[in-house]
Design a protein around this ligand. Structure first.
Ligand code: SF4
Length: 702
């Protein structure tokens, strides 16, 4: 029997819709779902081949338990017993905080919710944090501080209604390909684009302004722009006076950042800065799209706040064609940071520090507020805690820090130090190699649930085939919870059942899903939160009358420009910045196994400006040695004349690349500063490549 199942791509947070073709119980292809929200059937190269992961030969089909030093096949009961007993033994000996959970931004809302509940009630640990900590936390912290809500302000379909769009640190064509039809529509309508990126991407056209900012100087550039906008009379004072606080201080903090100083610091021409300020100051409607370029820095929160100040100064909020839009990297990076898998958060985007929030959740979960653990440590900190012995047990679900963690060699030491690691993943990831127990995870086609797009639109994920390893992720969490003594609190069998509990608990929270209906999520093409019982259709445009703070006002936060923690020097004269390749997703654990994706991008390639390459005596076709304060690796390289001469770039989807990066953390978001690493490059003396494992066909177990 053949059927098609409408669902969504498992990769970036545009969450393009697609139809999975299912024949005789197997996913055999995908076709366009023309009625899908936002993308209307469009898919990028990754989305087209995503179905191939479902029955891939590398899927882990049976649980594995380490016996005599090797991972060997086990029954589900054996593996779940070993997983749970390992955590219980550690807890008995060292206390509950010895165990930690690392979650993921690709998990459905339901899995993220249950994982938080499992950590706090089952393991009784405060330590749970998702890999979104490496991705979206600067954006989230800044949005909460400024607006009191962490969600994109408006649907992306409104992009063509903007007069000016400022894209900050986001390579849209590679990281969010299906936004490009909207960009094209906007250009046709006359929308102007300002692109802030040290590396010119295909996004940049001749009529745009490209501000090729020196890495690490985003706050200086934004300060110079805000000052110039103010000098030109571009501050929308009626809006600022009625809807915000702090404008005078925020503008005063830019004092001294005239065009000359800004140009010298940010490495961008005075003329370009002045033109960009003029465009922004003259645009009634404008949108700012920001992503990891500005966020993954030691001052990532300040960086985002400095761009938010520009949007607020211009009154770009609360109406069509206006807004600040964090571009979320993982398919459920938005929902994954709303429902309680963050160390500082409870479901519904409630605060774990707030007594009222704790009381609501405790009552629903049938415990006392005192039984709920408090704030835990963050993702990278938890890994580092393993190195010093404070964390000895770790449950890793849908995360691969062996590839994505900053300062990779240190991360590997941390993983090696974990005494009892349980990894849940559809594929044998680099991190799973450190595991005591590996539990087969589900792909996007094997379970029901919901995810929340980068716009804040909640959409349905429908099961196309049963889990190929018999148990899906929800079943795995339930099995662990039962063995941790939580049988009655984890009586779930379907994503819908979890969704009903999640949405009820979110009532009154910032991310309020309580008015959503499971069937309507599909029928309506998704629903934007907040969606309350009084407003089940949801809220497309935020902040039309009030921002999320109790007084209804947005905060303009003074940002004093600051730089990176480690500056280039004579030994490390260039700056390495990392990012995505169009054909891979995150740590590549899925896409590197799909032949078309692997063939298009088989290995990391360093991009170097041709004149820099000439100075460094690089030879085309010959490898280059890259040295940072953390490591030296060898890569192939290509010239790229759209890159700053003082900057080199590499995509990070392969193990070994992050060996180079710095693990300094933003003091607020605790995000790692991987966008700025001083490096030296020279012709390689050997032809040995980086530590990039051949994952396809790798044998495990036995
Ligand atoms: Fe769409 Fe992103 Fe999937 Fe590409 S990776 S098809 S842009 S959701």
């Amino acid at each position: 029997m053949s059927i098609t199942v409408e669902t969504h791509c498992p990769y970036c947070a545009l969450d393009c819709g697609l139809k999975l073709q299912v024949d005789q119980g197997r996913v055999t292809g995908s076709t366009k779902w023309k009625g899908s929200p936002l993308s209307r059937g469009g898919l990028c190269t990754k989305g087209i081949t995503a179905w191939q992961q479902v029955h891939h030969e590398d899927r882990i089909r049976t649980p594995l338990v380490r016996w005599d030093g090797r991972l060997r096949p086990a029954t589900w009961d054996e593996a779940l017993d070993a997983a749970a007993n390992g955590f219980l033994k550690l807890r008995d000996r060292y206390g509950p905080a010895v165990n930690a959970v690392l979650g993921g931004g690709s998990l459905t809302n339901e899995k993220a919710y249950l994982l938080g509940k499992l950590a706090r009630l089952g393991l009784k640990t405060p330590h749970i944090d998702p890999n979104g900590r490496l991705c979206m936390t600067s954006a989230g912290a800044a949005a909460m501080q400024a607006f009191g809500v962490d969600r994109a302000m408006t649907p992306l379909e409104h992009l063509p209604a903007a007069d000016v769009v400022v894209v900050v640190g986001a390579n849209l064509p590679d990281a969010f390909p299906l936004i490009m039809p909207l960009v094209t529509r906007a250009r046709r309508r006359g929308t102007k684009f300002v692109v802030v990126d040290p590396r010119g991407s295909k996004l940049v056209k001749d009529d745009d302004i490209h501000l090729a900012v020196r890495p690490g100087t985003d706050t200086a550039l934004a300060a110079g722009l805000l000052r110039e906008i103010a000098v030109r009379g571009g501050v929308d004072w009626p809006f600022v006076t009625d809807r915000t606080t702090g404008a005078d201080d925020a503008i005063a903090a830019t004092e001294g950042w005239d065009l000359e100083r800004t140009s010298l610091t940010a490495g961008v021409g005075i003329t370009e800065i002045a033109r960009a300020a003029s465009w922004i100051a003259g645009a009634r409607n404008g949108m700012i799209l920001h992503a990891r370029g500005v966020e993954q820095q030691v001052n990532g929160v300040q960086g985002v706040l400095s761009w938010i100040n520009i949007a607020l100064a211009r009154g770009w909020a609360g109406r069509k064609g206006c807004g600040v839009m964090p571009m979320t990297g993982q398919r459920n990076g938005q929902g994954g940071r709303e429902h309680g898998q963050r160390c500082d958060q409870l479901p519904g985007y409630r605060s774990i520090d707030d007594p009222a929030d704790r009381a609501v959740v405790a009552e629903r979960w049938g415990v006392t507020p005192e039984e709920l653990p408090g704030r835990g440590r963050t993702y990278v900190e938890l890994l580092h805690d393993a190195e010093r012995g404070a964390v000895k047990g770790m449950l890793v679900m849908s995360a691969n820090p062996a590839v994505s963690g900053p300062n990779g060699a240190r991360i590997r030491r941390c993983l090696d130090a974990v005494e009892h690691m349980v990894v849940v993943d559809p594929f044998m990831s680099e991190t799973a190699r450190y595991a005591s127990v590996v539990l087969p995870g589900s792909t996007f086609a094997e379970e029901d649930g919901t995810i929340t797009t980068t716009e804040g639109r909640v959409v349905r994920i429908d099961q196309a085939v049963p889990p190929i390893a018999i148990r899906g992720d929800l079943d795995v969490i339930r099995g662990l919870a039962h063995r941790l003594g939580m049988r009655d609190k984890f009586d779930f069998h379907t994503g819908r059942e979890v969704f009903e509990e999640l949405k009820a608990l979110s009532a009154g929270g910032i991310a309020d899903y309580s008015g959503m209906d499971w069937d309507a999520l599909r029928d309506k093409g998704g629903v934007f939160w907040p969606a309350t019982r009084d407003n089940p259709d949801g809220t497309e445009i935020l902040h039309t009358e009030r921002f999320g703070h109790p007084d209804g006002l947005a905060r303009m936060v003074p940002v004093v420009p600051s730089g990176p923690s480690t500056l280039p020097d004579a030994d490390h004269p260039l700056v390495l910045t990392t990012g995505r390749h169009r054909d891979h997703y995150l740590s590549g654990n899925q896409t590197r196994r799909i032949p078309a994706q692997a063939d298009r991008a088989p290995a990391p390639i360093l991009e170097v400006h041709p004149r820099t390459a000439a100075v460094m005596r690089l030879v085309e076709g010959e490898p280059v040695e890259v040295t940072s304060h953390q490591a030296t690796i060898t890569l192939g390289w290509i010239p790229n004349d759209r890159l700053r001469r003082d900057t080199v770039f590499v995509a990070w989807h392969w193990e070994g690349v992050n060996d180079l990066t710095d693990d300094a953390l933003d003091p607020i978001s605790r995000i790692a500063a991987v966008k700025h690493t001083p490096v030296a490059i020279r012709p390689a003396v050997t032809t040995v490549g980086p530590s990039v494992p051949a994952l396809r066909g790798e044998a495990v177990g036995a």
